[in-house]
Design a protein around this ligand. Sequence first.
Ligand SMILES: Cc1ncc(COP(=O)(O)O)c(C=O)c1O
Length: 376
Amino acid sequence: MLICDEVPHNMRGTETDDRPRSRPDGRAVSYIRRAAERAGMIDLRSDTVTRPDQAMREAARDAEVGDDVYGEDPTVNELEARVAEILGMEAALFVPSGTMGNQVAARTHTERGQEVVCERESHVYKWELGGLAQHSALQARPLDGDDRGVLAPAQVRDAYVEADGHRAGTGLLTLENTHNSKGGTAIAPADIDAAAEAAHDRDIPVHLDGARLFNAAVAHDVPASRFADPVDSVMTCLSKGLGAPVGSMLAGSADFVERARRVRKLMGGGMRQAGIVAAPGLRALDNRDRLAEDHARAERLAAGLDAIDGLTAPTPETNIVVVETDTPAEAVVTACEDEGVGCVAFGEYRVRFCTHWDVDAADVDAAIERVERALA
Ligand SMILES: Cc1ncc(COP(=O)(O)O)c(C=O)c1O
């Protein structure tokens, strides 16, 4: 079974777990039990598992707030302005999640029935419940990127469909950086430029799913705005490597963001005194440079895992380590969990480990030892 961030492994129980899977209210018992057992666990399942630090909690407590649906929350307004500036875009919009940011962008850029060109393993196509179709009546046209998830400009050109009496036409190109399913690959600015140019040559707008854009920026030692430059909209998450408890940002032109704000409302994402959750997001922006530590720890983790019999771990480009396993991934995940390391199955013989700000160098060393014990 393939697992991603949206489906925590711990919601599924284990093969040997014979306790009931759900309560009358439908919540998984195993999820609750597992959460308690997770104390002491080195949780490398995802960079979304981080907990807000004291500064973020205090920022939330002390945040100045207002009704953001009226545009009156000063903390949200500050966050939106700050992110727009960082990304070099005219405006930005605070949204509850990365998924909503991508879906709002798709809806805002397109008309019903149009095709969205995307990479086959991309989050927007694979992991968002068919949202392109469900929310916006769009058709996905997935293309096979290379083994790092890069779409070549010729592929983008070939995928273009002109609207006519029979065809709805291409409405959007989406790109992803870093590319989660390909193992956190940091696509180079020149590759984003080339794909975007191919779309723009046909007047097709480009949306960048930059859930981990700041990881890509650190990996290439460029400002994040360098990736925003060639595209029309960017989504980036505060709640992943940056450590905020909630929230993502969607940035673009002032006109795009004004229209996206209406779509956010339509999708139920208009929040009221949202400064409470925006304030930790502002603090999280200070964690951008710290991502280099996660990358270094991921490299150390990969080297340690690669030395274990039955595992092959290529050197990661950012904070995601995808390991090839000799035995089924599900069994590896369960064995690791039993030894106190959280990871997720990422294919039948692939397991993903993520480093993040709740994991230090000692945790990485301990995790390597525990995984070795788990597989002994
Ligand atoms: C590349 C990418 N895009 C979008 C998302 C969605 O973010 P969220 O979980 O905040 O909806 C994720 C989540 O893992 C992701 O990895």
